[in-house]
Ligand binder design. Structure first.
Ligand code: NAP
Length: 304
């Protein structure tokens, strides 16, 4: 069966593209590697998506999903895409469930948390090392945790962790945070959070579970340790774009034009996996809308 549009990825960008393509009466299919929702599912609290002063990421994802369902978006979960073959007016989307034909494809696959690369990190995943405070924070009630990073993820999750942990250290490699000012203010005002500036985690150590991190001050080169039960790592994002044979930057983020067109005609991109100055739900949603309308116009063009 030939679809008009296959959307890869079911986060805010993909689901918005789904809403717009369905409202344009296109035959659209959304593919999702796990379940619909995307990264926001593991976001405790969203405070900057207009119209929702405070909503959990999971609740917002549910609303996006229900909204797309209302317009009859067909979705398939647990389908992994391994490539897109460009056959001109038809694209062959290669998936774990076989090939799917579409006139246009929208890539909205988002990002995956980056690993820190510290000694011991991989050995202690699930035994104190985590990339998701919403998933694992509960296990650290009245314990001490270390958060690594200085971006919005690190700071918002550090604040979230103070609800459970008795102490949260934020270890950051510089003496200034990258996070939004309002997030910084909240973190600085939180008595449970202590900042360890100009420092990198060299090693995560323990017997069976995490017991300490060894940090190095990058200005003095002095090493020291922090006794801790958990390490939450938020040191940036890797785009989920390996399968896509389109033009990308040196980190793998897809390079679009202002219509969300990629270097291959008929393949569009939306959301966090593209080169963009801002990765937010609000921007992902905007991208999804543009990509869907561009796909609609492209299909009209090739069908004329
Ligand atoms: P990010 O903004 O790329 O920040 C990554 C942080 O990790 C930076 O502070 C960086 O330090 C640090 N880092 C990178 N590599 C490191 C290493 N090897 N060792 C130690 N530290 C390292 O990533 P993010 O925080 O995941 O945010 C991603 C995007 O989502 C951003 O656009 C962010 O604004 C958005 N977001 C927004 C919210 C919100 O509430 N508004 C919440 C979550 C995410 P440097 O600062 O020195 O580079």
């Amino acid at each position: 069966m030939m679809y008009d549009v296959v959307i890869i990825g079911g986060g805010p960008a993909g689901l918005t593209a789904g809403i717009y393509t369905k409202r344009a009466m296109l035959k659209a299919l959304l593919l999702e590697k796990t379940g619909v929702g995307g990264q926001i599912i593991v976001t405790d609290l969203v405070e900057n998506f207009p119209g929702f002063q405070e909503i959990s990421g999971a609740d917002l994802a549910k609303k996006f999903e229900e909204h797309a369902q209302k317009f009859g978006l067909e979705t398939k979960s647990m389908v992994e895409v391994s490539g897109i073959e460009d056959k001109g007016k038809t694209k062959l989307v290669k998936t774990s469930e076989g090939d799917i034909e579409a006139k246009a494809v929208i890539i909205a696959t988002g990002t995956t948390p980056r690993k820190l690369g510290a000694r011991g990190e991989l050995d202690f995943i699930g035994r104190g090392v985590s990339y998701c405070a919403t998933c694992d924070g509960f296990f650290f009630r009245e314990k001490v945790v270390v958060v690594v990073g200085g971006g919005d993820s690190a700071i918002t999750e550090a604040i979230f962790l103070t609800k459970m942990a008795k102490k949260v250290y934020v270890v950051h490699r510089r003496d200034k945070l990258r996070a939004e000012k309002i997030n910084q203010e909240h973190a600085f005002a939180n008595p449970k959070i202590s900042f360890v500036w100009d420092s990198v985690v060299e090693e995560i150590a323990g017997k069976n579970v995490v017991e300490k991190v060894i940090i190095r001050n990058v200005k003095t080169n002095a090493t020291s340790e922090i006794k801790t039960d958990g390490v939450f790592i938020y040191v940036g994002l890797i785009p989920n774009t390996a399968f896509a044979n389109v033009k990308k930057d040196e980190w793998g983020f897809i390079i679009p034009n202002d219509k969300m067109e990629t270097s291959v005609r008929g393949i569009f991109v939306a959301g966090d996996c593209r080169v963009t100055p801002l990765r937010q739900i609000a921007t992902a949603v905007g991208d999804g809308a543009i990509a869907a309308v561009s796909a609609e116009r492209y299909i009209e063009e090739i069908s004329a």
